[in-house]
Design a binder for this molecule. Structure first.
Ligand SMILES: [Mg+2]
Ligand SMILES: [Zn+2]
Length: 95
């Protein structure tokens, strides 16, 4: 599945609810899911990590749908196969 297909799938399932919730509350949900991911990583819980990575991706897609952002296009534009800062693959930027 491509990023665009995933985003479209999330739109088909959740857009009617995302629209009612609005951008701000959807953003808070995304942040909450990032917190859940942090907890899963801290606990070393691999099964929970799978779930929370998926949640973060889903809420990111919901937020992008609300704001009319094409995630795949945006990602490819900023990351065209090399580091956007040093232009290298692999990146040679100082940390
Ligand atoms: Mg979650
Ligand atoms: Zn770099």
């Amino acid at each position: 599945m491509h990023i665009r297909e995933f985003q479209e799938m999330i739109k088909d399932i959740y857009f009617h609810k995302d629209r009612k919730r609005g951008v701000e509350r959807t953003f808070f949900w995304l942040v909450e899911e990032v917190g859940e991911l942090a907890e899963a990583i801290r606990k070393g819980d691999k099964e929970a990590m799978d779930e929370e990575f998926a949640d973060v991706l889903a809420w990111l897609a919901s937020l992008a749908n609300l704001l009319g952002i094409d995630l795949e296009k945006a990602a490819e534009k900023k990351y065209p196969g090399v580091c956007p800062y040093c232009g290298k693959k692999a990146c040679e930027c100082e940390e």
